[in-house]
Design a protein around this ligand. Structure first.
Ligand SMILES: [Zn+2]
Length: 414
């Protein structure tokens, strides 16, 4: 799922040159490095997801590892920073864009996460070993402290807001806290019940952070970068008011469909970001699920099982069958197949991802983000013409899709 559109045209010339020489599918997408403070650096993968590296005398510690496809580019940038082998990897949660590089970057490292990350990575794909899959080898349910590169690093266990495996990594001396996807800067959050997220729990978690973290802490969101504790307060206020607005409708006995139709979240339109899947409907649905207990499971759950056993075509057949026979029994929202596709991309299963993302354009032919995602997958597969066609289709449906504009410009440059 796209969380943020990519400011690709703003990247450094050295990064563009990586793309300019990209002739085939093996060329990894770019990684953009910025210094945060002291030993800390941020590496932005594919213009979208942030990896944080502490590089110093004790070696290298990573917070998240980006996509599988960007791992070698991350490795290259770490080498330029003078980094030796990675010694510790901390995952903020288990989504594919945060753990995708674990296996490639974590050879010889200790990978630490919440048990929910282990469950999530094992649930969607058969992942037998730490080495092949980059599974966490240490899981923690209580807060812990790591002493590394002259910093005191607190691991704050805050599961259940964004996913069941959320951890915040607080570099107490550097006054920097990596908060993963608990806050998506400038947009509605994502508290997806399919992965153990919960809108009301997200309020609790963020309020706890507000109490623990000093007021001068710089918060680093994996999508959107740095923001302040004051901005965190405003974000919590937005979540509280939007949850209350939907709760009023639920108390009046309205169904989810009626609430979506009525859209009580309209006053918060500046937080909506449909191009990243963070639409009024998505956030309303997640709040509704939180207020009513978890609703139907994602259609991706049965599809993943079938895919692992009988391949992607069988998974598509299962989708069609369940959509026909049990349309209310599963979540068929636009985001579901989109997320599934990105999970596959994160595991270098590009051909299967393309089939799934094509299915999503068939299911939601008027949704511009489905074509945008498919175009990205085609690009990763080296299928440039198909990529261009889908970015153009996305742009026809939404002329404000700046990501498609930037990507088309980049393809043309090559
Ligand atoms: Zn993410």
């Amino acid at each position: 799922m796209k969380h943020r559109s990519l400011p690709v045209f703003l990247v450094l010339t050295s990064v563009i040159s990586v793309w300019a020489t990209a002739q085939d599918i093996d060329q990894p997408p770019p990684v953009e490095v910025s210094h945060i403070t002291g030993s800390l650096h941020q590496l932005r993968c594919n213009g979208n997801v942030g990896v944080v590296a502490s590089v110093g005398e004790d070696g290298t510690l990573l917070v998240d590892t980006g996509y599988a496809a960007t791992a070698s580019a991350v490795q290259g940038e770490l080498a330029k920073l003078g980094s030796g082998p990675v010694r510790i990897i901390l995952n903020t949660h288990g989504d594919g864009d945060h753990v995708g590089g674990n296996a490639a970057l974590g050879d010889g490292a200790v990978i630490i996460a919440h048990p929910g990350v282990h469950r999530q990575m094992g649930k969607y794909f058969a992942l037998p070993t730490v080495k092949s899959a980059g599974l966490p080898m240490v899981t923690l349910q209580e807060d812990a402290t790591i002493y590394f590169n002259n910093d005191v690093i607190r691991l704050l266990q805050v599961p259940g807001g964004h996913t069941a495996g959320d951890v915040v990594v607080h570099f107490t001396k550097s006054k920097v806290a990596c908060i993963g996807d608990l806050v998506l800067v400038g947009t509605f959050p994502n508290a997806d019940p399919a992965r153990g997220g919960d809108a009301q729990r997200l309020i609790e978690v963020l309020t706890r952070l507000q109490k623990i973290l000093p007021a001068d802490t710089t918060l680093l969101a994996a999508h959107g970068g740095a923001f302040t504790m004051a901005e965190l307060e405003a974000y919590i206020d937005m979540i509280k008011s939007t949850v209350a607005a939907v709760a009023t409708e639920v108390a009046a006995g309205r169904s989810l469909a009626e609430i979506v139709e009525q859209n009580p979240l309209a006053p918060w339109s500046k937080w909506e970001s449909p191009e990243n899947g963070l639409s009024f409907e998505n956030w309303t649905t997640e709040i509704y699920a939180s207020l009513n207990g978890v609703g139907p499971q994602s259609i991706c759950a049965p599809m993943t099982e079938v895919l692992m056993q009988d391949g992607v075509e069988a998974a598509v057949a299962r989708y069609r069958q369940l959509k026909k026979e049990e349309p209310e029994g599963w979540r068929f929202a636009e985001n579901e197949l989109n997320l599934f596709g990105y999970q596959l991309l994160a595991r270098d299963r590009t051909d299967e991802a393309i089939v799934i993302l094509e299915l999503n354009t068939e299911a939601f032919p008027e949704a511009f983000n489905t074509y945008d995602s498919l175009a990205e997958a085609y690009m990763l597969a080296g299928r440039t013409q198909a990529s261009i066609a889908n970015y153009q289709r996305s742009l026809e449906l939404n002329p404000d899709n700046t990501n498609a504009v930037a990507m088309l410009a980049r393809i043309r440059e090559e």
